[in-house]
Design a binder for this molecule. Structure first.
Ligand code: GLU
Length: 460
């Protein structure tokens, strides 16, 4: 080794030690928050080459500041169920980073919600939102409320109670929530109504994912799923591949999965499986999307019911088995950590060519290593699922202008945004010495814009 190589290696070690030290502080300050630690670790590891090239980010404590939320709000959400019993849930809003725009991110209603889940989601949102190229900061919220099996009346009372507290902290130029798991058009409608009633004004831009009648944007419903497929299409194109004629497995059957199935099918793929939190269906003839939409969007039933209408299809209990179905393309669109290293290895052994993350953090760190080490095309969540929040920002723009664009206009903008995210991630990966690694590329591209904005605004 030459002297200059040795010096470079020593410098790199200094950076690695620094990043590790900040990571240990984050762990100590946020004990028992494994999902948050996981999201932080993934970003931090990617940023080592950035700090080596630009020590100014270390000098300005960007890492220390970016991993500490600007504000965390935790609150009681009391409500009365249909039996007249008083119930209490916990509400959260994490306002993580506002250096490039108002806090922006969804609300999740799911029994697994806790500070760790909301913080991991909020942290990821900072970089995802930056990648879209739009002026939106990072935030996330939610509650451990379980919407499963609740009546419309219970959902409305809970949601109104949730907004009665949340409304004190949000606004079109402050913090703009939207949907996530368990929060769709119905819940956004109830939240919007309650916000308007308390605040006494019509602030259309306070929430996104609204109904079309009251300020929503065309294509918002489809955006996350379509965007994921557009992103994967770009990855495939670069390798001379496409969705046409390929077999696809998509986990989940919520908003992201449904519209990923729709777009993949439109592009000529056969989607053979989807799932919910109880189990998955395998339909070798290709999933009938109308049935899934009816079951999930209209009747709010379990995916198991699919086989009643399509007896050639098979239903299996449990979620991880879906990854043992041989496929060319896998799109995890259900929830965090749904693919571990074992499932990743099975996908690889069965010949998967591309994986695109529609859900937030669906692959464990070990699973990501399996994909990258085997040179599988891998589209990380922050990049691949940014279409949802990107169209939310387009909804905010339309609300500000008091006009609405057509489906085709919004879809074309979404397509362009996803292509740009892909190109910027590829470019950053190359520039920082990790060609083809979109995890590193997306993390770096998302980070630099936020870091530069933080530097410009002083130590705050
Ligand atoms: N919950 C979605 C996400 O994970 C959308 C957020 C939004 O539209 O604000 O990005």
């Amino acid at each position: 080794m030459t002297t200059s190589q040795q010096v470079k290696q020593d410098e790199m070690q200094v950076v690695k030690d620094y990043v590790n030290e900040v990571y240990e502080t984050v762990k100590k300050r946020n004990p028992n928050e494994s999902e948050f630690h996981q999201a932080v670790k993934e970003i931090f590891d990617s940023l080592v080459p950035v700090f080596a090239k630009h020590p100014k980010y270390m000098d300005n404590g960007i890492l220390e500041r970016i991993s500490e939320p600007e504000r965390i709000i935790t609150f009681r959400v009391p409500w009365v169920d249909d039996q007249g019993k008083v119930r209490v849930n916990r509400g959260f809003r994490v306002q993580f980073n506002s250096s490039i725009g108002p806090y922006k991110g969804g609300i999740r209603f799911h029994p697994s919600v806790n500070a760790s889940i909301i913080k991991f989601l909020g942290f990821e949102q900072i970089f995802k939102n930056s990648l879209t190229g739009q002026p939106i900061g990072g935030g996330k919220g939610g509650s451990d409320f379980d919407p499963k099996g609740k009546s419309d009346g219970e959902i409305m009372r809970f949601t109104q109670s949730f907004m009665t507290e949340l409304c004190k902290y949000i606004g079109p130029d402050i913090d703009v929530p939207a949907g996530d798991i368990g929060v769709g058009a119905r819940e956004i409608g109830f939240m919007f109504g309650q916000y308007k009633r308390i605040r006494g004004g019509y602030e259309a831009g306070v929430l996104t994912g609204k109904g079309l009648e009251y300020g929503g944007s065309l294509t918002r419903t489809e955006a996350t799923g379509y965007g994921t497929v557009y992103f994967v299409e770009e990855m495939l194109k670069d390798k001379g591949l496409s969705f046409e004629g390929s077999t696809v497995v998509i986990s989940g059957s919520g908003n992201v999965a449904i519209y990923a199935i729709e777009k993949a099918t439109q592009l000529g793929a056969k989607v053979v499986a989807c799932s919910d939190s109880n189990g998955y269906i395998y339909d070798k003839d290709g999933i009938n999307l109308e049935t899934v939409k009816k079951l999930k969007e209209v009747e709010r039933k379990r995916i198991q019911e699919y086989v009643k209408e399509h007896p050639q299809a098979e239903y299996y209990e449990g979620c991880s088995g879906i990854w043992s179905i041989p496929c060319d393309i896998a799109l995890p669109c259900a929830t965090q950590n749904e693919i571990d290293d074992v499932s990743a290895q099975i996908l690889v052994t069965n010949g998967v060519k591309a994986v695109g993350e529609g859900a937030n953090m669906p692959s464990t760190l070990e699973a990501i290593d399996v994909f990258l080490n085997n040179h599988i095309l891998f589209g990380p969540a922050k990049a691949a699922n940014a279409g949802g929040v990107a169209v939310s920002a387009l909804e905010m723009a339309q609300n500000s202008m008091r006009l609405s664009w057509t489906f085709e206009e919004v879809d074309a903008k979404l397509h362009e945004i996803m292509t740009n995210i892909y190109r910027n991630s590829v470019k950053a990966a190359e520039e920082y010495g990790h060609p083809g690694n979109l995890v590193v590329g997306a993390n770096i591209a998302g980070f630099i814009k936020v870091a530069d904005a933080m530097m410009a605004q002083g130590i705050i």
